[in-house]
Design a protein around this ligand. Structure first.
Ligand code: NAD
Ligand code: 89Y
Length: 337
């Protein structure tokens, strides 16, 4: 049995707590939140009796194997460093760190401690995205040379996550980070990037539209485009729509979780809808299922001693794309990675 604790009992943590209940051989022994009301409500809802306001006190007092950090980004660095000092494995929510310097320090501290660090970068683990990645890796379209990774919605994300309306950075740091990570998962690392951003919604502080052009080391080119200012019916939140052109055919992940593969004059259409888990709420069920999938991957890695696909070290490259996109949008420059 592996013992874990969840730190942060806010909007998203309930998905993580539901997820853990379904991962065999894991039990969540303790919860931590600075907010006593959220802590008590979450503890009662998930039947966790050991609760703490202070994460370091919890790490010292409990017999833990890992911590699951579900706070917003400002607390990630101190909590990952504390996990390293306490000799615990850690999963940390995205965005992993506020700066590249913090992120490198967090990765180095866990490597020195000899512990596994995974970033909860779950979009590439969504089962529809996974189906597309599997088809691509199986050679369904040959060598990919162009792709578009698109997330456009008008869904109200501010009511559940009010900080998204007041943070100086919005869509690239919050959502584009996932889509950039999917682009890396599909086409590999990026050598150059340029980005444009704008804000359409006057009630928020940061950018809610971003268009990013990526050159991949493989020679492929891709476009990552994100918007929370797009009014369309039906709204596709939270689907990432993907098109990939290869030298042998095309792959499309279309609205409604339709995977379309065209090759040699033929068309194959697969329904790759994610299962709606018993505790899930539409339209979030796609994201919610990926939480359980990424948690299972983390536990598999702890058991067999392998590095998670979305490890802290891997995520440095995704975070570098976020930083480069902001720098490019600010300066009008094209950035070499
Ligand atoms: P939230 O503000 O609702 O909850 C965060 C909680 O952490 C709060 O209750 C706060 O009191 C607590 N907290 C902060 N610092 C703490 C500390 N040092 N010790 C103990 N408790 C502390 O935030 P949220 O909307 O749940 O988002 C949390 C993270 O999850 C964010 O980084 C967000 O980007 C991410 N998120 C990820 C996904 C995804 O699909 N991967 C979806 C939504 C949110
Ligand atoms: O915070 C974001 C995330 O990671 O997935 C969707 C979201 O909740 C709002 O953009």
């Amino acid at each position: 049995m592996l013992n874990g604790a969840v730190i942060g009992c806010g909007f998203f943590a309930r998905n993580q707590l539901h997820g853990w209940q379904a991962v065999p051989g894991v039990r969540i022994l303790a919860l931590c939140d600075r907010d006593p009301v959220r802590l008590a409500e979450t503890a009662a809802r998930f039947g966790v009796t050991r609760t703490y306001a202070d994460a370091e006190a919890m790490m010292a007092a409990e017999d833990l194997d890992f911590v699951d950090i579900a706070t917003t980004v400002a607390a990630h660095r101190p909590l990952v460093l504390a996990a390293a000092r306490a000799g615990l494995h850690a999963i940390c929510q995205k965005p992993f760190a506020a700066t590249m310097q913090d992120a490198r320090e967090m990765v180095a501290s866990m490597e020195r401690a000899g512990k596994v660090l995974m970033v909860h970068e779950n979009f590439r683990w969504q089962s529809p995205v996974r189906a597309l990645l599997d088809a691509l890796r199986d050679g369904a379209v040959g060598r990919p040379f162009f792709a578009r990774f698109s997330f456009r919605s008008g869904h109200d994300v501010f009511s559940g996550q009010p900080y998204l309306a007041t943070d100086p950075r919005f869509i690239i740091q919050d959502l584009g980070i996932h889509i950039l990570d999917i682009a890396r998962a599909a086409l590999g690392d990026v050598t150059r990037l340029s980005a444009s951003t704008t804000r359409i919604n006057p009630a928020i502080r940061g950018e809610d539209v971003a268009t990013i052009l990526l050159d991949h080391a493989s020679g492929a080119t891709s476009v990552v485009d994100c918007s929370y200012a797009t009014r369309r019916v039906p709204d596709t939140f939270p689907e990432t729509l993907i098109e990939i052109d290869g030298d042998q055919g095309t792959l499309r992940l279309e609205a409604g979780y339709r995977l379309v593969i065209q090759r040699d004059g033929g068309t194959e259409i697969r329904n790759v809808s994610p299962p709606a888990l018993p505790w899930a709420e539409r339209p979030w069920h796609n994201i919610q299922e990926s939480v359980q999938v990424i948690q299972s991957h983390f536990i598999d890695c702890l058991r067999n001693g392998s590095e998670p696909e979305t490890s802290g070290r891997d995520n440095l490259r995704t975070l570098a794309l976020v930083e480069a996109a902001y720098a490019s949008a600010r300066d009008g420059s094209r950035i070499a990675l």
